[in-house]
Design a protein around this ligand. Sequence first.
Ligand code: 5AD
Length: 450
Amino acid sequence: MPSVFIKTYGCQMNERDSEAVAAQLVAKGYSLAPSEAIADVVLLNTCSVRDFAEQKAINKMKNLIGTARNERRSQVVGFMGCMAQSRGQELVDKLPDVDLVLGTQKFHRAAEYLDAILAGKREQIVDVAAEEKSEATIREHLLNGKSNKSVSAFVSIMQGCNQYCTFCIVPYTRGEERSRTIPDIVAECRELVAGGVKEITLLGQIVTSYGKRDYPLHDGKSGFVQLLEAVHEIAGLQRIRFTSPHPKGYGDDLVEAYARLPKLCESAHIPLQSGSDRILKLMHRGYTRERFLAIAKKLRAAKPNIGLTTDIIVGFPGETEEDFAETLSLCREVEFDNAYIFKYSERRDTPAAIMPDQLPQEIREERNHRLLETVNEIGKRKYDSFIGQQVQILVEGPSKKNAARFTGRTRCNRIVLFDGSERHRGELMDLKITRTGSFTLYGDPAIVNL
Ligand code: 5AD
């Protein structure tokens, strides 16, 4: 029985794809290796969003090949996911020892291809072709596969993106928007809940565009809101989240959904990218600073405790000091709980890569640093304001960093650590926040129960 190890780079969509591939391989008789060193097959599930992520996966592959050669060990190695899709054949031209390159619409063929390679029937396989209905193939889970019970699960609802932001490679790696059907998604969610899952996060590259073609507006509600309502009906499900949305998808129907659907957690990760209207236009984002501020205001009016996080790119081509100051001021105005900051990275074949005024690395670096300071300062203030408050968390399991502690999340998606035990897993629990760490809260159940 061959063993496989999958290493994942990048976003939650990639994590989910890796899980689905692992589940598929397990169903076909493969076992999951605890480490790459002893695996018969190693797959790198790659990310293309920034050059850095691509280089990391390429270097990892070189190391794997070198180690296997030194140890005179035969190991089947492959790339899958976004970089596999965007670079395809080029990867095996550069690294001829790579056995498999599997594109983003081909995850469901992993077992078939690996079987052929392991049996010596095929030497090397590169498959990055488009495949109709591939969006419906990411559905297998490794539920409770390990000794742990899964409390929280991710469900892929759509693939691709038609927004074509000028900096972004995703439309080229993930293709056009394709949505699964509502009954198909609900059936998957039901199965997960029957297996003990309490919280579901709906995933896609631009979830607010879910079902645009197949589910027209109904009572003023978008396809995405129709999906949220359908998932909300599932008995036993406690919490619903989603990622990633686009600001243009925050119409009143979605804002009202937060107020109307109690299982929909009051937390939103809304990618801002820039606070400057001029840059937003160059990025082809389709909203203004004012519109973004209005969304944040409406969400806070609907749910005053909503947790807001965002993604921001610094050093986009032509970004002036004034443009950057607009981003800083918008962050101060919105007061995000946290923001993921990215230094602009040229992606080939994207319009922004050939725009004039590409900025030197030092400026990108320096703005990254300044924005990080601002974001951290605001974040710390917001986290500190939790001290003394009572929150409800869903307990996920032992903390990865310190197994003596247990971890859960508040509805607004803040991580809370407390002294818990296995019996708390999957429970909704009230805690009082006693202190804060870096983007974590520490809670005590005893104080609540006094
Ligand atoms: N350079 C830097 N950051 C990028 N992102 C997407 N493309 C690029 C790029 N070319 C960031 C965006 C997006 C997040 C997932 O990655 O902020 O929201």
